[in-house]
Design a protein. Structure first.
Length: 171
C-alpha cells in the first residue's frame, strides 16, 4: 500500500510539472506581448526595452520558466494591470464568496439528489421513474449558460425570489 501511494504521489508531481510547462508554453504562444499589453501599442521602443529587462523577458525561456515557477511556489501570482491590484489580493477578496457558493451548491445538490434518488429507487421501472430520468438527462445535457438564463428568468423575473444582477451594489 505504501509503494502504491508513493508511486501515485510521484505521478502527481510529474503531472503538476507537465501542466506548469504546458501552461508556460501556451502563455508564451499567445499573440502580442505582455509588455505591449501593459504599455500600449504606442509605447516607445526604449520603454518597451526597459520593461522587458525589468520583467526578465529578455532571459532564456528555461530561466523565465524557473522564475515563474518560483513565483508560483512563493504565492506571487503577479499584478493585474486592468484592476490595479495584485492577483493574490483579488483572489483573497473572492475566495470567501466562492467557497460559500460552492458549499451552498453542494448542500443543495445533496439535499435534492438523495431524496430524488430514493424516490426513483422506490419507483424503479415505472412511468414516473422514466419521466424523472428523462428530466434529469435533459437538465444534465443542457449547456450551463442556457440553464443559467432559464433559472434567472424563473427565479428572478417570474417568481421574484432572487435578484437578477449583482446584489452587492446598490440599485
Amino acid at each position: 500500500m505504501t509503494g502504491y501511494l508513493i508511486r501515485r504521489l510521484l505521478q502527481s508531481v510529474v503531472v503538476v510539472i507537465g501542466v506548469t510547462i504546458i501552461t508556460f508554453i501556451f502563455l508564451h504562444m499567445l499573440p502580442g506581448s505582455p509588455i505591449r499589453a501593459i504599455l500600449g501599442t504606442r509605447a516607445s521602443p526604449q520603454a518597451v526595452r526597459q520593461l522587458t529587462i525589468e520583467y526578465g523577458f529578455n532571459k532564456p525561456l528555461p530561466v523565465q520558466y524557473l522564475v515563474w515557477v518560483g513565483n508560483l511556489i512563493h504565492g506571487n501570482l503577479g499584478y493585474s494591470y486592468k484592476l490595479n491590484e495584485t492577483v493574490t489580493a483579488l483572489l483573497a477578496q473572492r475566495i470567501p464568496k466562492t467557497l460559500f457558493l460552492t458549499g451552498t451548491a453542494a448542500f443543495l445538490a445533496i439535499v435534492l439528489a438523495i431524496p430524488a434518488g430514493m424516490w426513483q429507487a422506490v419507483r424503479r421501472n415505472k412511468p414516473d421513474d422514466y419521466a424523472g430520468t428523462g428530466l434529469i438527462f435533459i437538465f444534465y445535457s443542457m449547456p450551463t449558460f442556457w440553464l443559467g438564463l432559464i433559472l434567472i428568468i424563473i427565479f428572478s423575473e417570474t417568481l421574484n425570489w432572487l435578484p437578477s444582477g449583482n446584489c452587492s451594489q446598490p440599485p
